[in-house]
Design a protein around this ligand. Structure first.
Ligand SMILES: *Cc1c(COP(=O)(O)O)cnc(C)c1O
Length: 431
């Protein structure tokens, strides 16, 4: 299945660069960190992507998280087609909005009420405003290496895209916007406790990824999430879990279910839309009722709750609930990571692996990655060579060392063997 040539991709990407900044609509897709130009995709099918030259790739990106069911799932596509026949948008209440909200409230432990938006970024900006409005406080604690969308106040040491490009915070964000954002080290329990001792009564919210996916996969150390829960309860601060990546991914009820720790509010995205643009935030009714029109914290959206997107989300979540693929997906993923680990060890390459459910990262770093400070030491040049070698062998990986790989239910044992075989060759070559 090796990739012969990408002539059309080159041509068409060059064309795109004339009219789209960098040729991409999101910098995470650019190949700046790995060299060369992105592959231009024609279509997806199950666990595969096909580029416009007709090459096939095993997809370990899944549109950066949404496609836990793979592409064109037979349970999802008919629901989208059915919804399309009724019209694309009404800007008025529909049945499907309530259906998806009920599903989310049913599946995600902390959610009593939920508001739909169009992206994870929108969910991020909304929860920050909500937490501030609810508590009457301004300060937000975030953790280095966590990404919560390109929200001004949260674009400080923000992981993945920003990390990859070496711009931890962005020009164009006025200092005033981030003046109330405190950035702490992920997994540093003592630093968190000290910060609350000093500033507890000023802190509106703590926001975090319960399993980080945006500095590569980084798991919470034992006691870390528990401590966040504890200090937030003690000081009346809102605990926000950003489950845009982990929601319906690391367990049906997300990381809050997997680790059995309930936040006050959570953000959702990616899987919730099954590939359509959906974000959401939800949690305790008492807090959610502070948003307009019940309360006075304003948040709105012309296309929010879009019926086509809702249909895609409903079909995806219903399929996940009925088929409960999580245990099998996790053991498949483990077989894959064990194979990658063995291949890296055989090639004599310093590495560590991190995984949670169906997300994982092979770090070119000898040290266990528990924080941004450690992830910053990854050998990104070696990753670039690994990425290119895998791409040439028909394996589509995230184009950055600081992104999570995602597996889907469609991945077969043969696919996994193929990925491991390709990695064995590539890792030998780049050793
Ligand atoms: C992807 C992501 C976001 C942003 O979502 P968009 O839909 O890209 O705006 C926010 N938080 C986390 C944890 C993410 O992985």
């Amino acid at each position: 299945m090796s990739v012969s040539q990408r002539v059309k991709s080159e041509e068409q990407f060059t064309r795109a660069m004339r009219v789209i900044p960098g040729g991409v609509n999101s910098p995470a897709r650019a190949f700046g960190a790995v060299g060369g130009h992105p592959v231009v995709i024609d279509r997806g099918e199950g666990q595969y992507l096909y580029d416009i030259d007709g090459n096939r790739y095993i997809d370990l990106v899944g549109s950066w998280g949404p496609h836990i069911l793979g592409h064109l799932h037979p349970r999802v596509m008919p629901r989208i087609e059915e919804a399309l026949k009724k019209g694309t948008s009404f800007g008025a209440p529909t049945l499907v909005e309530t259906e998806l909200a009920e599903l989310v409230a049913d599946l995600v432990p902390c959610v009593e009420k939920v508001r739909m938006v169009n992206s994870g970024t929108e969910a991020g900006m909304s929860v920050i405003r909500l937490a501030r409005g609810y508590t009457g406080r301004d300060k937000i604690i975030k953790f280095a290496g966590c990404y919560h969308g390109h929200v001004d106040s949260l674009l400080v040491q923000a992981g993945s895209g920003a990390l990859t490009l070496g711009t931890p915070s962005s020009p164009g964000v006025p200092q005033g916007c981030t003046a109330d954002t405190l950035v702490l080290e992920y997994n540093d329990i003592e630093q968190l406790k000290e910060t609350f001792v000093q500033l507890g009564d000023q802190i509106a919210a703590v926001i975090l990824e319960p399993v980080v996916g945006n500095m590569g996969v980084v798991l919470p150390e034992p006691g870390f999430l528990e401590t966040v829960r504890e200090v937030c309860t003690q000081h009346g601060s809102v605990f926000i879990m950003d489950e845009v990546m982990t929601g319906f991914r690391v367990a049906l009820g997300g990381a809050q279910q997997r680790f059995d720790i309930a936040p006050d509010i959570c953000m959702l995205g990616k899987v919730i839309g099954g590939g359509m643009p959906v974000g959401a935030y939800g949690g305790k009714a008492e807090i959610m009722d502070v948003i307009s029109p019940v309360g006075s914290v304003y948040q709105a959206g012309t296309l929010s709750g879009n019926p086509i997107a809702m249909a895609s989300g409903i079909a995806t979540l219903e399929c996940l609930r009925e088929t409960d693929p999580y245990a099998e997906l996790e053991s498949k993923t483990r077989r894959l990571t064990q194979g990658l680990g063995a291949a890296a060890a055989k090639a004599g390459l310093p590495h560590t692996l991190a995984e949670c459910g169906s997300m994982f990262t092979l770090f070119f770093n000898p040290e266990k990655v528990t924080s941004y400070a450690i992830s910053a030491k990854n050998d990104t040049a070696r990753f670039g060579r690994y990425f290119q070698g895998m791409l040439d062998r028909g394996i589509y990986l995230p184009c950055s060392q600081f992104e999570a790989n995602f597996t889907s239910v469609m991945l077969t044992d043969d696919d996994i063997d193929h990925v491991i075989q390709a990695a064995s060759e590539v890792l030998q070559e780049i050793g």
